[in-house]
Ligand binder design. Structure first.
Ligand code: COA
Ligand code: ZN
Length: 304
């Protein structure tokens, strides 16, 4: 039983650019996001209000968020790691935030300098405030299928963190395969465990394509009834000099698969390609999305 309609959440400007070695100017980020806003995407992660020491690539969050054209009906969420980030985001006029923790203890420490438990404490306050202020909130559970540091990640740990995030008031969860290690059988194990505790229509799957298994995982998740998928235009993200840190599955690849399966997304593949083409001109390496590459190198049309 495949869903008839799927929502794509665009990660290129945030998860993508945060991992790029090249520092992209605010003007180029704004142009990229504005192009993405013309594609039919309804969720475009814009930037992160994290410590600029942690992610210098997104140190211009304030300016970028202020100057992007906010298309009607499109959500522009930003990452917020703590109360300071929330205050900065609110000052910038943000209406949707993402809090982010993980199922791996070591990754959480390295990423946000907290234990998982501490992060849940910090986010409980942030989410409460955000909901009181009328914001929409997404919660990330990163490293859901494996940690880059070798510590064990169990499906139950993912469920426990996900339940904690939803109980504190998140509107949506995103389950992240941060290092791209999942295969469909992992998805088939985890999704029913999540579905037993949480409303599946409010859970997104976030696959990185590090080992080429992202589309297979999406197909497995579709078969389990999941309808929200994260992707980045062109497959943006990852540094060619840092093995292991590759990008999200390409938005073009996901669109090609879904449209070919007869699943509606409301997103125009060719316009996503145009946004990718723009940002490719700014970066110092070719984009990895197979569908993007195929469309760029051939004139043969594709299902759009
Ligand atoms: N925005 C801007 N600056 C911030 C900040 C925020 N949200 N949070 C903390 N800072 C600043 C503090 O003011 C302090 O600055 P100072 O050294 O000039 O006094 C400095 O950062 C350290 O603050 P502290 O609260 O001790 O944070 P930390 O060093 O323990 O780092 C995080 C914790 C969460 C702020 C940091 O690890 C982070 O931003 N991580 C984000 C990682 C990320 O985005 N990963 C990718 C997404 S998965
Ligand atoms: Zn990611």
């Amino acid at each position: 039983m495949m869903p008839k309609r799927v929502t794509i959440c665009e990660m290129g400007a945030r998860d993508g650019l945060q991992n790029e070695a090249t520092l992209v100017s605010a003007d180029d980020k704004i142009r990229y996001i504005d192009l993405l806003s013309q594609t039919g995407l309804r969720y475009i992660e814009a930037t992160s209000f994290v410590s600029p020491k942690a992610i210098p690539q997104l140190g211009d969050a304030q300016e970028v968020f202020a100057r992007i054209h906010k298309a009607p009906g499109v959500r522009y969420p930003v990452l917020v790691p703590n109360a300071k980030g929330y205050a900065r985001a609110r000052e910038a006029g943000v209406e949707a935030i993402c809090v982010f923790t993980a199922a791996s203890q070591i990754f959480t420490r390295r990423n946000i300098n907290m234990t998982i438990e501490q992060s849940l404490e910090v986010f409980r306050e942030v989410v409460q405030r955000a909901k009181a202020d009328g914001l929409w909130v997404r919660g990330y559970v990163s490293t859901a299928f494996g940690s880059p540091f070798g510590d064990a990640v169990s499906p139950q740990a993912v469920v426990d963190v996900g339940v904690a995030l939803m109980e504190m008031g998140c509107d949506e969860l995103s389950i992240g395969d941060t290092i791209g290690v999942a295969v469909p059988s992992h998805v088939e194990t985890l999704v029913p465990m999540l579905a037993a505790k949480l409303p599946i229509e409010r859970i997104a799957m976030h696959f990185h394509d590090t080992r080429g298994t992202a589309l297979a995982n999406i197909y497995a998740a579709l078969q389990q009834g999941m309808t929200i998928f994260d992707a980045s235009s062109g497959g943006l993200g990852g540094c060619p000099y840092a093995p292991g840190a590759t990008g999200n599955v390409g938005t073009e690849d996901v669109l090609y698969l879904l449209h070919g399966l007869g699943i509606d997304t409301g997103v125009d593949l060719d316009r996503v390609r145009a946004a990718s083409r723009f940002i490719a001109g700014v970066l110092d390496h070719p984009l990895t999305s197979k569908t993007y590459q195929a469309l760029e190198t051939s004139r043969i049309g594709a299902a759009t």
